[in-house]
Design a protein around this ligand. Structure first.
Ligand code: AMP
Ligand code: MG
Length: 321
């Protein structure tokens, strides 16, 4: 945080990108748009910079961070890529697919990024602004969603300000995020197995076609800390699968279920993903004390939408991010 307590919202033009890169180089945090959601970025090689992410978000420190890379060469200096990893990166990068891979022993990554795990989550983002920042900076960036832990993810600069304003020095404003839900996370294990750790815009169906059947972990352990509990919470009770609303409910519609806002009147799942967090932010701000949400099909990116809705509807308890 700089000496003033006001968070600057800066247009993501060449000058804004250069200033963001300068702040990041000096070890500060900056909120940057990606094609999924806005990320709170910091140098992944600096323990002090990464600590500022955890502090600003109030994030539990057992929850590891995704590292964003400029290109596959930068990724190969951090993690071991087997043939499957190289194939997936070739097909989907830059884009919303995060790979969890073995961490190289000589990788220059702060310990807090991996929360002590022997693996690391990596992705090359497709958004022109995040790409330009990574290019300009030359270092990989750790970047979880730019919101308070447990809160609704931000898909616009004003969502970041509403959640983190005054805790961070700068938001680069690149307009609304195109995909609107967080990246798909896939763990590739050294025994040849794989697991979908988080559904996202790259669908399970397309991963199954490429990797074959998903495999159980040998120990049956949870491999994605922070993925099982409450998350994306608007701070109000949520009722899922609603076809109509009670007078006390803000209704988020889909398709023919018309509500106070609609994820997609055409029933288009991509459009629904892009609108999801904006609708949840609106529902959170409305005067209605609770929220009802129309059913959304589970195919394609609908799996990711339903995953986020189920977590948003989980009553408070276990902390997550
Ligand atoms: P985000 O908040 O979008 O940065 O997502 C981070 C999530 O990625 C975490 O909550 C973890 O579930 C997952 N993740 C990050 N690193 C690893 C890792 N090394 N192994 C398994 N999951 C990871
Ligand atoms: Mg998050």
């Amino acid at each position: 945080m700089s000496d003033k307590d006001v968070t600057e919202v800066v247009p993501a033009d060449a000058a804004g990108i250069a200033r963001a890169a300068q702040l990041l180089a000096s070890g500060d945090v900056v909120a940057v748009p990606t094609e999924t959601v806005y990320g709170l970025a910091a140098r992944a090689d600096s323990a002090e910079a990464v600590a500022k992410i955890y502090a600003a978000k109030g994030r539990p420190d057992f929850n590891p961070l995704i590292v964003h890379v400029r290109d596959i060469e930068q990724a190969r200096a951090i993690a071991d890529f087997d043939d499957r990893a190289a194939d997936l990166a070739e097909r989907f990068w830059p884009g919303p697919l995060t790979l969890v891979l073995p961490l190289c022993s000589n990788a220059r990554i702060a310990d807090a990024v991996t929360a002590g795990l022997p693996t690391i989550a990596l992705r090359q983002p497709a958004h022109r602004v995040m790409q330009a920042v990574l290019q300009n900076l030359g270092h990989p960036l750790a970047a979880p969603s730019a919101n308070l832990s447990e809160g609704i993810s931000p898909t616009r600069a004003d969502h970041v300000i509403a959640s983190l304003g005054s805790a961070i020095p700068m938001v680069l404003d690149g307009g609304p995020c195109e995909r609107g839900v967080e990246s798909t996370i896939v763990a590739l294990r050294q025994d040849g197995g794989w697991s979908l750790l988080r559904p996202g815009p790259i669908t399970k169906e397309s991963l199954l076609r490429i990797l074959g059947a998903e495999t159980e972990t040998s120990e049956g352990t949870i491999e994605a800390p922070g993925q099982l509990s409450r998350h994306y919470s608007p701070g109000k009770p949520i009722r899922l699968g609603a076809l109509t609303a009670e007078p006390s409910e803000f209704l988020i519609g889909f398709g023919t279920v018309h509500g106070d806002c609609n994820l997609s009147a055409d029933g288009d799942l991509k459009e629904a993903a892009a609108a999801l967090y904006s609708c949840l932010h609106r529902a959170a701000l409305s005067s209605k004390p609770s929220i009802a949400i129309a059913p959304v099909p589970r195919d394609g990116v609908g799996r990711a939408i339903n995953d986020r809705l189920a977590r948003a509807a989980t009553p408070s308890g276990t902390r997550s991010d």
